[in-house]
Design a protein around this ligand. Structure first.
Ligand SMILES: [Zn+2]
Ligand SMILES: [Zn+2]
Length: 223
């Protein structure tokens, strides 16, 4: 992994197209990233006419209050997220965080909480990609021990939303009281939002007044 990182960092070539670049991505690949564009639902960051709260959020109000997302989970954003999560390309963390930072930098937040991995998963992967991203967003407010994952849910990808929700119920635990705190929860990708909903529910049960999601990428939902 060290050699790979070194080649990415110092090889002078773009991580995506391998063309000449002085930064991780060349200017053209950077310009072509699938940035999310308004109007979006302020609650869940999915398309919503006029930027109103979407029907989905009105019908099943999530426990989180807002979502900020930078990119849509399409190529090549999905490739970047995948390389950070599964291939140890940690040099991508500051790049991905940098895409989200302008949106969230000035928001009033007391604590930044990366979505935790279970101790077991953390041990096998060696790092938590959400922590690596959060470090480059607001290291001054970063809280690594405030929320714990008590168990791994079975793989979520192929489950419908209702089952995903049941799957993560009670999977998180808050380690202290959060009287009135405003909290940002950081992750690399938001899919159905079931995990983030459960974390927000857990944080609010511990007294948090406001919980919002800071996610690098957002998948479009196919109903
Ligand atoms: Zn490129
Ligand atoms: Zn919504």
């Amino acid at each position: 992994m060290r050699e790979k990182l070194a080649s990415v960092l110092f090889g002078g070539s773009c991580f995506l197209c391998r063309g000449a670049a002085r930064t991780l991505l060349c200017a053209q690949c950077n310009a072509e990233l699938p940035r999310l564009e308004d109007p979006l639902c302020p609650r869940c960051a999915l398309d919503s006419p006029a930027g109103a709260i979407c029907g989905r959020c009105l019908t099943h109000s999530p426990a989180y209050d807002a979502t900020h997302a930078a990119l849509s989970y399409d190529f090549p954003a999905d490739a970047l997220v995948h390389a950070l999560k599964f291939r140890g390309e940690l040099a991508l963390a500051p790049l991905l965080a940098g895409l989200l930072a302008p949106t969230v930098r000035s928001l009033r937040i007391d604590h930044v909480v990366p979505v935790p991995l279970s101790a077991e998963r953390l041990k096998s992967r060696g790092y938590n990609q959400a922590v690596e991203i959060a470090r480059h967003l607001r290291s001054d407010a970063l809280e690594l021990a405030l929320c714990e994952r008590t168990r791994d849910a079975p793989p979520q990808m192929e489950l419908p939303y209702g089952e995903r929700q049941r799957n993560v119920r009670g999977a998180f635990r808050c380690t202290r009281s959060l009287d009135g705190a405003r909290i940002a929860v950081v992750d690399d990708v938001m899919t159905t939002g079931a995990t983030l909903d459960e974390i927000a529910r857990t944080l609010k049960a511990a007294g948090a007044a406001h919980v919002e999601n800071w996610v690098v990428t957002r998948t479009a939902l196919h109903a």
